[in-house]
Design a protein around this ligand. Structure first.
Ligand code: GUN
Ligand code: FE
Length: 423
């Protein structure tokens, strides 16, 4: 895992600017980046060099919100809003993961897709089922990607085919799953995953808060995605000052020692936004899902301006594509509509900003991830764009921009995750 990659290196110096090194060298020692250089520094002269020629070398992409069991119906059922979509398409599909044979086949398709594409890190929802979730974790571990995976909790307001018997049973299953997954895997970590407030009783949320403290686990869930959902949470939790507070009162909404991702935040009220900022909650921005389910447009420029942490999520199957390049271009495009139709103070996102969100923005949920600066974990993609033809002379920056709009998984020539080559 000590090696040097040579190629046209491109990563963010700041959220607004790129650092580009043509024909530069990336040094990786024991899975950690030692930096990007124009010449090989003296002390690394003995390391083997992989020369990738004219290809681009960029940080790996991070998908901080994706549902593995929904991969089977991506591209289907986009005619409904969230709550009807869950009941009509999502819950029936997720119920099938009580069958390990089905899970085996379905999860292999998902993991193969992620492995072949540009994603190096992912934060993943499973289902309520322990065996299937452990099987998913096994497959992700074998892929070489680094992921966090959640066994989902839901003990109320769910159909008979996809509901846990009680809070007590849900918590017992969750603890058994935590214990098993903490010892079994190196690159695959458990993350607490209450599906969202409507499907989790107070007793369940309380117990998850206790497990969070006991095992020091990160947390993921959904927040303020859709108007019907938000109105329902108000009914269910009349005492909570905002939807986010309904998680916070159980210790499941960021703050010291509780790294948390909340997907969507399309309609967060002012005080919810303040709480997100104060508690350092990560927003998982899922623009394609927000379009498909007619949810709306999250105010990402405003979030970024006030220092809220943001990463990108595919949210398959709310989103139809696993590609985080696609999430970048979607994020840019919806931000233009937001500026045009909603708020002229909030300028559209630029290409470097969208690239930042999909690399270091989301990567920082994993620690020092998403950059080639010295000390960052070495996640790198070697991108080959020779099949994306153009008669123009293109700069490295032009070529990166075209990757964001045009790349498919065939353009991923090689992929390294924490120094290990996985493709
Ligand atoms: N809210 C609760 N569950 C889900 C889900 O599976 N997908 C999305 N997009 N939102 C949710
Ligand atoms: Fe989701």
């Amino acid at each position: 895992m000590n090696l040097i990659l040579k190629g046209n290196i491109c990563y963010n110096a700041t959220p607004q600017t790129l650092r580009i090194l043509e024909g530069g060298y990336l040094i990786c020692e024991a899975g950690i980046s030692k930096g990007a250089f124009a010449e090989i520094p003296e002390q690394y002269a003995n390391l083997p060099v992989m020369d990738y020629g004219e290809r681009l070398i960029i940080p790996g992409l991070c998908d901080i919100h994706v549902h593995a069991p929904q991969y089977a119906f991506r591209g289907l059922g986009m005619d409904l809003e969230l709550l009807d979509w869950l009941n009509t398409y999502t819950f029936p599909e997720e119920s099938k993961y009580s069958d390990l044979e089905y899970a085996d086949k379905a999860y292999q398709f998902f993991v193969d897709d992620l492995k072949e594409g540009a994603t190096t890190r992912a934060v993943v929802f499973g289902t309520i089922h322990n065996p299937a979730t452990l099987l998913l974790m096994e497959k992700l571990e074998a892929s070489g990607l680094i992921t966090m995976v959640g066994k989902v909790n839901m003990d109320r307001n769910s159909p008979d085919i996809l509901i846990e018997d009680s809070a007590v049973k849900s918590l017992a299953d969750t603890e058994a799953w935590i214990r098993e997954s903490m010892t079994r895997f190196k690159r695959t970590m458990p993350i607490l995953t209450p599906r969202f407030t409507p499907t989790c009783s107070d007793a369940l949320m309380d117990g998850l808060g206790r497990l969070q403290i006991k095992y020091k686990l990160p947390v993921q869930s959904h927040l303020s995605e859709n108007h019907g959902e938000i109105a329902w949470v108000k009914e269910l939790c009349p005492d909570a000052k905002c939807y986010g507070a309904a998680y916070d009162r159980h210790g499941l909404f960021g703050g010291a020692g509780v790294p948390t991702i909340m997907a969507h935040c399309v309609w967060s009220a002012d005080m919810e936004e303040d709480l997100i900022e104060k508690n350092g909650v990560f927003v998982g921005h899922c623009p394609q899902s927000n379009m498909n389910l007619s949810s709306g447009i999250a105010p990402i420029r405003r979030f970024m301006n006030r220092g809220i942490r943001v990463g990108l999520g595919s949210d398959v199957a709310g989103g139809s594509q696993t590609s985080i390049f696609r999430a970048m271009s979607d994020a840019i495009q919806v931000s233009k509509l937001y500026w045009r139709l909603v708020e002229q103070k909030d300028a559209a996102l630029t290409v470097p900003e969208a690239f930042y969100l999909g690399t270091r923005g989301g990567g920082s949920f994993f620690g020092k991830v998403g950059s080639f600066d010295s000390g960052y974990e070495f996640d790198a993609l070697v991108m080959d764009d020779t099949d994306i033809l153009s008669s123009k002379t293109l700069s490295v920056e032009n070529r990166l921009e075209r990757m964001i709009y045009l790349a498919g998984k065939d353009n991923v020539h090689a992929k390294y995750v924490k120094g290990k080559q996985v493709k």
